[in-house]
Write a protein that binds this ligand. Structure first.
Ligand code: SF4
Ligand code: SF4
Length: 124
């Protein structure tokens, strides 16, 4: 079976603070990020719980970094999470993805990370 390389990574969810405008939370936007999984940063911003800690790790990340992971609120994740692009998914590099993986001792993704052994694009 062909899988998205993020499902065997998770490094960015355990490195950066995932902060975004409070208006994205379920308290204000139906279907938004569940409010109880966020923490207030200031009058305008909240962050995913766990990513505000040292070391950071989002409370919604399930699994082992570099092995097998998933986001338990994937369909309701914030804009900052949706906009974080894994390297080469859209044929573009992603230095922040490369950096997150390097911190966790993982090699950077390559264009081939998005191809099946048969050469077809991988399914998301
Ligand atoms: S909400 Fe999901 S995608 Fe966003 S940091 Fe947490 S685990 Fe990662
Ligand atoms: S660091 Fe890159 S490959 Fe790893 S989960 Fe984040 S976007 Fe995906």
């Amino acid at each position: 079976m062909i899988i998205n390389p993020c499902t065997s990574c998770g490094a960015c969810c355990a490195l950066f603070r995932a902060s975004f405008y409070w208006s994205e939370t379920s308290e204000f936007t139906p279907g938004g990020v569940p409010s109880h999984l966020t923490v207030k940063i200031n009058d305008f911003m909240v962050a995913m719980k766990g990513t505000d800690k040292t070391p950071p790790r989002c409370d919604c990340l399930v699994g082992e970094i570099g092995q097998s992971v998933y986001c338990k609120i994937y369909e309701n994740r914030s804009s900052v999470c949706r906009e974080f692009k894994p390297a080469w998914e859209d044929n573009l590099p992603s230095p922040r993805c490369d950096y997150a993986r390097s911190v966790w001792g993982l090699e950077p993704l390559t264009p081939d990370s998005w191809r099946s052994p048969e050469g077809y694009p991988k399914a998301a």
